[in-house]
Write a protein that binds this ligand. Structure first.
Ligand code: GDP
Length: 444
């Protein structure tokens, strides 16, 4: 989401860092460039102005004059002000209330509201062991109710049985009652959405809010809609009152403007961001980490967290052991590809490592992206068990069959085989030099 802004700011600040001394004019010029970069990223104009003003004032002040490396200092100021703009501290969902705690989900249709409801329910169940009940209040769209029920089954969270003919408020009351009787900790209320903001929608949401007294009112907004997302949040906050924002489609190619302006314009924190369609594609929004990522300072913390969550340590150890012995087969390669994909593909992984921006661009040029990973997995999936264990079996006719089976070209199969051979050789060499040490090059 922040890629192009990150590139722009990185360039501007790099140039600044190289300078020995900085005049007021230098800072002014850099701030004009920063301003342009933020506007192009679709950040609200008021927010841009106040941001560059603050940075300029601090940068031309005594702080910089006294510091040894003025350029570095400016970078630090930009970093600090970026964090302030994003809201300083991460604000997780607050469930500190007597159970069952109602959480109201609001937003426009298509923003990802139902998906986010299920993602949050799953997270509360998995991470903090809460017993969650979900209820859809979308009385006009039976499909929306069914969608929530389906997602509930998928993530192992109960949904309130559908009773035809009830109003949104009646369903909400029934959900609270069922939660009380059933000993649930949290009730997620997925309100109806509309394609556009209208008074009927607002009135219904306000009514449900009054009836249930939710502890959190979360607006789900689509980051791809840029400033519209911010305006939607403002409108909902003024009419019903919000406690936070869930910003979806952060995995898309939005310019970042919604994420960057949301807090400053609405005063409400972004609590979570949706990063994909899968049920675990949800991340905490931590201003410090986001600022670090934008300025290319890396994000080792979230990388480590993600790795711990997603990687099956035992499997990885077993694979590493086989690799060390030089028995790296195609099943092992497939597992490696799986893990790469889980870590958000090479793209996601790279963005989190410090100083890796340039390398990431090179990788993108080499086309080692998620699509390639998926294609490679498809190739492996079209092989028989025997072939995966013993790649030597793969003669021309087998390769042709595999290409046809996986919807790829023989060329793709050949490339994968070459990659496998190179990795196997490399691992064998590393394994041999590592002697009998535990683990291996990819033990993680
Ligand atoms: P609702 O009408 O607001 O309830 O929207 P849905 O929850 O039905 O979501 C609409 C579509 O957006 C679905 O296809 C979701 O899978 C997709 N979606 C939701 N959140 C995200 C996200 O963070 N990233 C991506 N790529 N897709 C998302």
């Amino acid at each position: 989401m922040f890629d192009s802004l990150s590139d722009r700011l990185g360039g501007i600040l790099d140039r600044l860092k190289k300078r020995g001394a900085l005049s007021e004019a230098d800072v002014g010029e850099a701030m004009r460039e920063v301003r342009r970069a933020l506007i192009e990223a679709d950040v609200a104009l008021d927010v841009v102005r106040s941001f560059t003003d603050k940075v300029r004032t601090r940068a031309v002040g005594a702080e910089v004059v006294k510091s040894v490396t003025p350029g570095q200092m400016v970078v630090k100021i930009v970093h600090d002000e970026l964090i302030a703009m994003l809201g300083s501290d991460a604000k997780p969902i607050d469930l500190e209330a007597a159970p069952p705690v109602p959480v109201l989900m609001v937003g426009l249709q298509g923003s990802g509201k139902t998906t986010s409801t299920a993602k949050i329910a799953k997270r509360l169940k998995d991470r903090v062991g809460r017993k969650v009940l979900m209820a859809s209040l979308d009385t006009r769209r039976p499909a929306a109710m069914e969608q929530l029920a389906t997602l509930g089954k998928q993530v192992g969270v109960e949904t309130l049985p559908i009773v035809a003919g009830q109003s949104a408020v009646q369903i909400a009351r029934r959900a609270m009652e069922a939660a009380r009787l059933g000993g649930f900790d949290v009730v997620m209320l997925d309100t109806a959405g509309r394609v556009t903001l209208d008074e009927a929608l607002m009135a219904e949401v306000a009514e449900v809010k009054a009836a249930t007294g939710p502890h959190e009112v979360l607006l789900v907004a689509d980051s791809l809609t840029g400033q519209d997302a911010v305006n939607t949040a403002k409108a909902f906050d003024e009419r019903v009152g919000l406690t936070g924002i869930v910003l979806t489609r952060a995995d898309g190619d939005g310019r970042g403007g919604a994420a960057l302006s949301m807090r400053a314009v609405t005063g409400k924190p972004i609590k979570l961001i949706g990063t994909g369609e899968k049920m675990d594609a949800l991340e905490d929004f931590d201003p410090r980490r986001v600022a670090g990522r934008i300025l290319g300072m890396g994000d080792v913390v979230s990388l480590v967290e993600k790795a711990v969550e997603n990687i099956d340590a035992e499997k990885a150890m077993a694979a590493a052991e086989r690799m060390r012995k030089g028995n790296f087969d195609l099943d092992d390669l497939r597992m490696q590809l799986d893990q790469m994909e889980k870590l958000g593909g090479l793209g996601g992984l790279m963005g989190m490592l410090p100083g890796i921006g340039k390398l990431k661009n090179q990788m993108a040029n080499a086309n080692l992206d998620d699509k390639v990973i998926r294609r490679q997995k498809a190739v492996i999936d079209s092989m028989t068990k025997k072939e995966r264990r013993n790649p030597k079996l793969l003669d021309a006719s087998r390769r042709k069959r595999i290409a046809a089976g996986s919807g790829t070209k023989v060329e793709d199969v050949n490339k994968l085989m070459k990659m496998h051979r190179q990795m196997a050789d490399m691992m064998k060499a590393m394994g041999a030099s590592a002697g009998g040490k535990r683990g291996g090059p990819m033990a993680g």
